[in-house]
Design a protein around this ligand. Structure first.
Ligand SMILES: Cc1cc2nc3c(=O)[nH]c(=O)nc-3n(C[C@H](O)[C@H](O)[C@H](O)COP(=O)(O)O)c2cc1C
Ligand SMILES: [Fe+2]
Ligand SMILES: [Fe+2]
Length: 384
């Protein structure tokens, strides 16, 4: 695949992977992107996951046409990108490895490769390939501490590491937003501040093409994608409406959640999205929580606390820096309802969370009085 006259794609699709990072379902697979810049000197931008190394080396060979690369730029040490490094170094022993000080200290933990001849770069350093001049910018914690991005001023291309990445292999056509958002909040969601810092650096560059390490190369309407990243990384709600997440043992709390969704729709709520935390994709739940400004948590009481799936969601949201949102609560309990108290405690550990009243307490089945409470809750949600 040709990106610009001198830049080629040498990455691979992975449809075999069951769970990305050992946890995220990727029904449409994932791509590990890598690129080659052909100039007087040749730079290879990253490798791929080791179980795709043969295909990667084959792609490289195709593009290089008998030439040997001069540099391998390592944007990110995580094994989905760097674990073919040894295979690369064995095939192209004269290529100089390019990374920052942290890149090499971390690489040593993973790979038995000789890094003594490496080119160690820092913020703003440049590397000329001929026409193409690369500038390196550090992007710590946009996903790991050693991450850096590279700007090619000749073709105005930003190699953005995991930034602007997306789940889904490149041979599958699908909406960018949904899978890029699920990727963003689950993978880098915790580090909004660091993403904002990177966006500020990028704002000073004339960028025509973004080449991420996962998902499609972005070359049109870049303002759209940059704006999405600005919204996401500043924890600004994106979609007007209500996200409802429920965890229900025997189905009564699920019924209440469904009833509430119906009432909200009747009242003209622009969008209502719902997820069963026991059966839905957990990463979708994290995504939904961040996408909407308002969230309803509905859960059964469980052993003096809350049903484990809800407990898991709240701990996860806290870890991902969930903030600046309005949350409503529905609990169910037969003898001493404890779900709402537990959820409130966990929400209390997060920044700028408004819990709206009334908290709805259901005892067993949903009864007419509960519907009235759900009506009142829907009203309060619409007014917020
Ligand atoms: C293992 C287990 C633990 C429970 N713990 C509590 C509890 O601590 N307090 C309470 O009031 N109800 C407790 N319950 C009862 C449920 O919360 C109650 O049946 C509720 O109506 C379930 O709502 P659901 O139909 O949405 O699952 C527990 C139920 C189970 C199965
Ligand atoms: Fe990563
Ligand atoms: Fe990655």
């Amino acid at each position: 695949m040709t990106i610009t006259r001198d830049i080629r794609y040498v990455g691979v699709d992975d449809h075999q992977i069951d769970l990305f990072e050992g946890q995220y379902a990727v029904p449409n697979g994932i791509s590990y992107n890598a690129y080659v810049i052909l100039d007087d000197k040749i730079a290879v931008m990253d490798t791929v996951d080791a179980h795709k190394k043969e295909e990667y080396l084959h792609n490289l060979e195709d593009v290089l046409q008998g030439r040997a690369p001069d540099y391998l730029v390592i944007s990110h040490v995580e094994p989905d990108h760097a674990s073919s490094l040894k295979a690369f170094a064995e095939r192209y022993p004269h290529a100089q490895l390019v990374g920052n000080a942290k890149t090499f200290s971390m690489l040593q933990q993973y790979f038995d490769v000789d890094f003594s001849g490496a080119l160690v770069v820092k913020e703003g350093d440049k590397l000329s390939l001929g026409k193409h001049e690369l500038t390196f910018y550090m992007a710590p914690m946009v996903h790991w501490p050693e991450v850096m991005v590279t700007y090619d001023s000749c073709d105005k291309v930003l190699f953005s590491a995991d930034g602007f990445g997306k789940f889904g292999a490149l041979d599958v056509q699908e909406d960018w937003d949904c899978e890029a958002r699920r990727y963003y909040f689950n993978i880098v969601g915790k580090y909004g501040g660091q993403v904002q810092a990177l966006l500020k650096k990028a704002a000073g560059l004339d960028i025509q093409v973004i080449c991420p390490l996962h998902g499609p190369v972005l070359s049109e309407n870049l303002g759209y994608y940059v704006n999405k990243y600005d919204v996401w990384s500043s924890y600004t709600p994106e979609t007007v409406g209500v996200f409802i997440a429920y965890a229900s043992l025997h189905g009564n709390t699920a019924e209440a959640a469904q009833k509430l969704a119906g009432i909200l729709r009747e009242k003209g709520c622009p969008e209502v999205e719902m997820i069963d935390l026991a059966r839905g994709d957990f990463a979708e739940a994290v995504e939904g929580a961040f996408e909407f400004g308002k969230m309803v948590l509905a859960a059964s009481s469980y052993d003096g606390g809350v049903m484990p799936f809800m407990d898991k969601l709240l701990h996860h949201l806290k870890a991902k820096n969930y903030q600046k949102r309005t949350v409503a609560l529905i609990e169910n309990g037969s003898w001493a309802p404890s779900a709402a108290r537990t959820m409130k405690e966990l929400l209390g550990q997060m920044k700028d969370i408004t819990v709206i009243e009334p908290v709805v307490t259901i005892r067993g089945a949903v009864k007419p009085g509960d519907i009235e409470q759900l009506e009142a809750l829907a009203q309060a949600l619409m007014q917020q």
